[in-house]
Write a protein that binds this ligand. Structure first.
Ligand SMILES: CCCCCCCCCCCCC/C=C/C(=O)SCCNC(=O)CCNC(=O)[C@H](O)C(C)(C)COP(=O)(O)OP(=O)(O)OC[C@H]1O[C@@H](n2cnc3c(N)ncnc32)[C@H](O)[C@@H]1OP(=O)(O)O
Length: 302
């Protein structure tokens, strides 16, 4: 972590050369609609589309998985896209949004932990930890433009950003609803919640598994702005400008000062956290609940 320079403090050594890029098209670049020079070239993969604007130093990163459930592939592609932008000094900020109607991110992809062996569950959870660590400690400004439902793992992604703009639609609820699914948010999610909305509000919201509609999310401090749906992107850009008005080194070191202890706590206990997760989700009772829940989701669709 090159803390002294104040430029890059995301822990590079965290990234493992996962051999799981099956079926991805990472690194492919294509001209953006309307053509243009280098500043308009977008790149991406099956599940993440990146639209970089070199002139402003801001890239828009769009999730485009079904329901944006956090599959292993999506987690990996997000980490790689993030790293690519962090390594390119042209970029100072990312707006993270969804290309999927009505859903920002459906949280953990439950098919990754339902009926899978412990080794797969462990690989999956490590990838989840990795993305959170990368995002939470990113040297870039991350603004979440939340244009859809944002439960559980979706909320974690949003919380790891520096700022959140939520579309004013009562169906777009946000929060950590794990308890209602019979699961428990691990300590680092709890810590992130507490860092964002404070201890008492987190205690209540975590125990009750609250999913907040926009006005309540704003009131509790879970999001920074609630705006009409067609203004989410423009508001995210205005927020970005506000954050980018601050000198990078001062903002980055301050961000690190605020977040490092929380991230370090996970880094110290990463293996134990993985073991807890695996032994928990591999229990018969949890597997049965997961199966029933997935079935309910599929039936609800019809
Ligand atoms: C002391 C011990 C300590 C132990 C520590 C261990 C802790 C272990 C637990 C760890 C907890 C980690 C924290 C994170 C948890 C999670 O994220 S759990 C996932 C929570 N997410 C949800 O509950 C969301 C479920 N989905 C929905 O509510 C809706 O789908 C939606 C997001 C609101 C979108 O609605 P709509 O647009 O109407 O789409 P649908 O038709 O409902 O869905 C489309 C298809 O997508 C599938 N799908 C949806 N969500 C998921 C998902 N999360 N995983 C997998 N698949 C999902 C859905 O089934 C549909 O599929 P098809 O029918 O095949 O199209």
């Amino acid at each position: 972590m090159a803390l002294a320079s104040g430029v890059r403090f995301a822990p590079r050594a965290l990234l493992r050369p996962w051999a799981l890029l099956r079926g991805t098209t990472l690194g492919r670049t294509e001209p953006a609609a309307g053509g243009g020079g280098d500043g308009a070239r977008r790149f991406g993969s099956q599940r993440v589309l990146v639209e970089p604007d070199a002139a402003s130093g801001v890239a828009v990163m769009k999730l485009r998985n079904p329901s944006n459930a956090l599959s292993l592939e999506l987690l990996t592609e997000l980490v790689i896209s993030l790293e690519k932008l962090e390594n390119d000094k042209t970029f100072r900020g990312i707006i993270l949004t969804s290309d999927c109607p009505r859903v920002f991110c459906a949280g953990l992809d439950l098919t990754e932990i339902c009926g899978r062996n412990p080794a797969h569950c462990a690989e999956y959870w490590k990838a989840m930890q990795e993305l959170w660590l990368r995002m939470y400690l990113s040297s870039l400004v991350l603004v979440a433009a939340i244009n859809g439902a944002c439960p559980a793992g979706g909320c974690i992604i949003a919380l790891s950003c520096d700022c959140r703009v939520l579309a004013d639609n009562p169906k777009y609820r946000i929060g950590l609803n794990e308890t209602l699914l019979g699961i428990i948010a691990p300590f680092w999610l709890k810590d992130t919640y507490v860092n964002t909305i404070g201890h008492r509000a987190s205690e209540q919201a975590l125990q009750l598994g609250s999913l907040f509609p926009p006005a309540e999310a704003l009131q509790v401090g879970l999001v920074d702005q609630v705006v009409p749906e067609d203004q989410v992107q423009s508001t995210a850009l205005s927020e970005m400008a506000r954050w980018l008005a601050v000198p990078d080194h001062a903002r980055q070191l301050t961000k690190n000062m605020m977040r490092k202890a929380t991230a370090d706590r996970l880094l110290r206990q990463r293996d134990a956290d993985t073991q807890n997760f695996v032994s928990f989700v591999c229990r018969d009772s949890i597997q049965k609940s997961l199966q029933a829940y997935l079935e309910k989701l599929r039936q609800r669709k019809g």
